[in-house]
Design a protein around this ligand. Sequence first.
Ligand SMILES: *Cc1c(COP(=O)(O)O)cnc(C)c1O
Length: 646
Amino acid sequence: MRGMTKKKLKKWSLKDSTELYQISKWGEGYFGLNAEGDLCVIPQKNIEGPKINIREVIEEAKKENLGFPLVMRFHDILRDRIRDLNQSFLNIIKEAEYKGDYYGVYPIKVNQLREVVEEIVEAGSDYNYGLEAGSKPELMAVLAYNTNPTALTILNGYKDYQYMKLAMLGTKLGRKMIIVIEKFSELQQVLEISEDLDVEPMIGVRAKLSSKASGKWAESSGDFAKFGLSIPQIVQMVEVLKKHNKLHMLKLFHFHVGSQIPDIRTLKECLIEGAHIFVHLKKLGAPIEYFDAGGGVGISYDGSLSSEGSSTNYTLKEYIADVVYNLKEICDINNVDHPNIVTETGRAMAAHHSFVVTNVFGEISLQAQDNLDIAENPKDHRILKNMKALLRDLDFGNYYDTYHDASLFKAESTSAFKLGVLDLLERSQIENIYWAICQKIINLTLNTDNVPDVVKSLKKELASKYLCNFSLFQSLPDSWAIDQVFPIVPISHHNQKPDIHCTLADITCDSDGKVTHFIGKDQDESSLLLHSRPLNQDYYLGIFLTGAYQDVMGDMHNLFGRLNEVHVYCDDEDPNDFYIEEIIRGHSAGEVLEIMQYDKTEMNRLIKQQVDKKIKSGDIKPRIGVKLTDFYEESLNSYTYLDSKR
Ligand SMILES: *Cc1c(COP(=O)(O)O)cnc(C)c1O
């Protein structure tokens, strides 16, 4: 008992908050709290270095008239990721006395935003870090932006004549373009076009591995995968190339077995299988110089180091060491020269650098009323009498039985109401007491471990819904599509103890537009502990790790468009350690409508026409009419999300 009192009296600390929201675990050192309880970005992972208070970035964005939700993009984090990957490869290659070099590429499908691609190309220029494309538009982007003649441009995905011709344009420009053969017929195509244009591009081959990947993308591997050549096809490819005297074009061996691979063993098994195929191809005479292990390196979305759900049981450095050492060993045993190493790590490069800030603008909760009358009253109906007694007698010793009895009485009261035995007031009293019982059970078991399942589901049912100004379908598609869990953390108030169990609802008119899985001590929690909404003050939440795939896969459900965005750079000289380098305004209502074939001018004209009619008939005064048409036009030019201003 004394222990409990002590626990209650203990002041909430920053450490408690860091633990609750697992900030140091999923944050990779890029996020932390300051003494005022604000969440900060630490772009260089160095506590002594610049520390950017997200609340101050919010204030500056507001001065620029930017509404929420708002994407914040930290280019310094992106640079740090690219540097970390390349430098780690260099270090381990040196340590292992590996003879080849590292030529990584960034697969732009992970986030194709021009500023992101430009930043990555620049950050990687010292390392000859290149780009990967998987479609024609992506190829056109990498052709224009990957100008380093030593860095690779790797071309995956299904290809047509135009795609191949664009690739050969790159070859003519002196770039290291590698066309990866994903299906057998592409080989014939490459050979024909190469002859037509009199260009000899480098080609690669993607293998289907039999090692099965685990995780959400398991289907990308195995004999029935969508991409890649089977072993007999690869052997045949070598024969065809030999027959045409073109075997010298085959420069790269590639495999890619899926994304966010949770278990390092899977990656290792694929690597070992791939390395053996590679050494045999070398023995068949293929002059392959590059060994491309694809992407798939996962990140820890939920902060745990487990091989389940939304996490990984390895670090980026462990993965790199596995690639280098295993490849070296297999090459050495087979007396084959060490090839240059390529990886197409995407998610692990881009996920951390951007996040979404949303404001909580409302709340829905199923709360019992205060001042419930639970005194005995001889006039009460039997069910009401029993329900009152249950609440009066409820304590820790009987909560389980009480819950079952209360549920039964509640069901009975509904039937009795339908039969006309109970009136509306009686039913309302019974339901109120029922919710009070549920709430009290949750309070009674707050400090108890291993509560029964019914209490867990009660917690979920009674959790408040915080209404957040964003669209799940635009900003967090993987939460909806594949149940990916993302860290969601308040931007401030970390000095205060959070006191409300919440789930989140977005502003789309879709009942799927909600978040009900959160990171937590049990890895996957059905509610998130947040603060009661402060009076007269905005309460902001950050949705993190959205830089990979989320930014670009979002859709326009309910016509909520692209988000406002700020690009933040750190600057040690600045009093706040940062400056906003660029602002990209999100879609206006008119822009989103134009994508759907509406015409803004025509819409304004139609509204004016209808208002004019009403003016003519005397229903609207001319002065008011002008204001109304102006207001409509202004609204077409404003942000699609909720505006907190009047
Ligand atoms: C998607 C993809 C990648 C990137 O995978 P990540 O899991 O994001 O690292 C790499 N290579 C190919 C061929 C891809 O399709």
